[in-house]
Design a binder for this molecule. Structure first.
Ligand code: ADP
Ligand code: MG
Length: 357
């Protein structure tokens, strides 16, 4: 993949003003087939029930973050990612200007903010899919600000895209197997020796099958990705990202356009990954989801980090409410598990759900 393959490709060069959270637009979810028809292919239950109460991982994250002040740029006890003075402009618009940001290892850290706040651009920058005007950042203590997306992925930091990247004319299995080569790199030297790559291929296939099982996509194994629903493609993207056993996974709107029946199971997968020790950075619009799943929340507005904290800190932060939701709205209670259709998209996501394969 190259930089111009990343998600903001369809953007106009005109800056987009942040939109209020109330400007809801329909998404693919509205026109998607019912879950029983497509999400589970009529063969498997679509949703994995999420356990009630706080999981091991959530407890661990809360304990690790105890005493950390809810302030923009605050230091974390065990930061896996540290960014300094990262800036990126498009034309005259400063899309990102992050002075200092640390992400605590083993947490679900959410990046929130209005449309156009710079979340995806920040993702693109730190994952090597775009280049900043200035700034440095490190992953696991290694400076990766000059590293390619490929090398960054090899170091254990992978991302998914706001636009899904499934290759429609490959099968589900092939798409997942690609994660091993796409993100890790083909072993070019070994390529001429068929017996080497043959054994590697079967190893990769076994891993891919295990991930399909994990994400409940086994029944889609030999189907073309082109027939999948939006939600299934999001799962496919997560499975593909997991092929490299990442230390950290960055999910850009994994819930956008996903059928509500599959949202709970996606959330369950994300929590499970965190419980296993993976660090998750999540961009998500749905405040119910954010408040229920995040260990830590970072709020972007106009490219800057305007607030950080636990869900409770953020919910009561006047700056956040004003910048993100407008003065008249209040944020949901932390820990509240959404009971209704959890996806309440805002802004331009409806236009970003087309697949570019
Ligand atoms: P978010 O993901 O928070 O919605 P983005 O990072 O996509 O925000 O966008 C931040 C700002 O940068 C917006 O003003 C957007 O219009 C602008 N922008 C992002 N990508 C591009 C691009 N490739 N070309 C021009 N402007 C862009
Ligand atoms: Mg975005």
């Amino acid at each position: 993949m190259s930089a111009d393959n990343s998600q903001p490709e369809s953007r106009a060069t005109e800056p987009q003003p942040p939109e209020a959270a109330t400007t809801e637009q329909p998404t693919e979810a509205a026109t998607e087939p019912r879950p029983t028809e497509v999400e589970n292919g009529g063969q498997e239950p679509a949703a994995t029930p999420r356990p009630k109460g706080r999981s091991v991982g959530a407890e661990r994250a809360a304990a690790a973050l105890e005493g950390v002040a809810a302030e923009p740029g605050v230091a974390k006890p065990d930061a896996i990612l540290v960014a300094d003075d990262v800036s990126r402009s498009f034309g005259g618009v400063r899309a990102v200007r992050v002075e200092h940001l640390e992400v605590q290892r083993g947490t679900i850290t959410a990046l929130i903010g209005p449309n156009g706040a710079g979340k995806s651009t920040f993702f693109n920058l730190i994952s090597g899919f775009d280049h900043p005007d200035s700034g440095t950042w490190s992953f696991e203590g290694k400076d990766i600000s000059k590293a390619s997306a490929f090398r960054i992925a090899r170091l254990g930091m992978v991302r998914t895209f706001q636009l899904t990247k499934a290759l429609m004319r490959l099968t589900t299995l092939e798409n997942v197997m690609l994660g091993a080569t796409e993100q890790r790199g083909e072993r070019i030297i070994a390529a001429p020796f068929r017996w080497i790559w043959k054994s590697q291929e079967s190893e990769v296939e076994a891993r891919a099958d295990a991930l399909l099982e994990r994400f409940r996509l086994t029944h889609m194994r030999d189907e073309f990705a082109g027939i999948m629903s939006g939600g299934q493609r999001k799962l496919l993207e997560m499975a593909r990202a997991m092929m490299v056993n990442p230390e950290m996974i960055m999910l850009d709107e994994p819930m956008a356009g996903v059928n509500p029946a599959l949202t709970q199971s996606l959330l369950g997968h994300i929590e499970q990954l965190r419980d296993e020790g993976t660090t998750i950075i999540l961009v998500e619009h749905d405040m119910d989801v954010i408040m229920s799943i995040s260990d830590w929340i970072v709020v972007f507005a106009q490219g800057e980090v305007i607030a950080e904290g636990r869900p409770n800190d953020i919910r009561s932060n006047a700056k956040v409410i004003e910048a993100y939701l407008g003065k008249s709205r209040s944020l949901p209670v932390a820990g509240h598990k959404p009971v209704k259709a959890p996806h309440q998209p805002v802004g331009d996501d409806a236009t970003t759900q087309e697949d570019h394969s």
